[in-house]
Design a protein around this ligand. Sequence first.
Ligand SMILES: Nc1ncnc2c1ncn2[C@@H]1O[C@H](COP(=O)(O)OP(=O)(O)OP(=O)(O)O)[C@@H](O)[C@H]1O
Ligand SMILES: [Mg+2]
Length: 256
Amino acid sequence: MNAVPRAQGLAAAQPAGTAAPPILDVRDVHKVFGGIRALNGLSIAIADGEIHCVLGPNGAGKSTFFKTLMGTDRPTSGTIHYRGSDITRLPAFRRARLGLSVKFQNIRAFSDLTVYQNLFVPLRRHHGVGEIPGRVAALLARIGLSGTETRLVKELSHGQQQWLAIAMAMASDPTVLLLDEPTAGMSVEETDKSAAIIRDLNAHGVTIVVIEHDMTFIRALAARTSVLHYGKLFAQGSFDEIAADADVRRIYLGSL
Ligand SMILES: Nc1ncnc2c1ncn2[C@@H]1O[C@H](COP(=O)(O)OP(=O)(O)OP(=O)(O)O)[C@@H](O)[C@H]1O
Ligand SMILES: [Mg+2]
């Protein structure tokens, strides 16, 4: 427990040992739905180029955190900065243009369409028609699905469909990719391959924030990890520090 810095205000949320300003800087964000405080003073900073894992019990506010980053939910109060600019009031499409992209929880590819058709739609928003076949091939190579353009999505395995959803989120060439529970329902092998795909995207310059419950997957990423609880930052540290934290274990009811 002592090894993990407790989250007390913004200073505690800054990445340790990084001189560069964070690429994303969330400061004291609140989001209230009726009487529910989904976010309750969340402050968290994401360093440029990192993989950052986000953990937390059901209802901790993890998905709402992503929605406020993308602009699909507006914070009730607090600010969000991207590369030092205040984007708190920017509409979602402007944030996408700045380089933010997301695969939301439970988002899937369209099962009755082909792999190519699924990638064509998001690619067409950002690129000319002539570029698309080459970009489809490049995205499929990234996720290990080269040559599957004409396959119907419903013929793919669950894992392959999830990787396709990641490729769809990569269609805009994002600087920051947010992934909400990308390995839900996957086998151990598929989960391992997902970690490899995410590390490869990160090695090619994409900052990645990933919400996950699967400890094997988070351990494989060995990334800086933040724990959310009741809508705020509860703990932050390396995966090993977080896994050894008695208070984190307690809020997960010993499931680590
Ligand atoms: N649009 C909404 N309207 C009302 N309440 C909401 C809305 N979105 C989220 N909430 C509530 O806010 C809280 C946080 O929800 P959120 O989906 O962010 O949690 P989470 O950490 O992603 O949980 P999970 O691990 O189950 O995905 C929950 O109590 C949820 O019911
Ligand atoms: Mg969620």
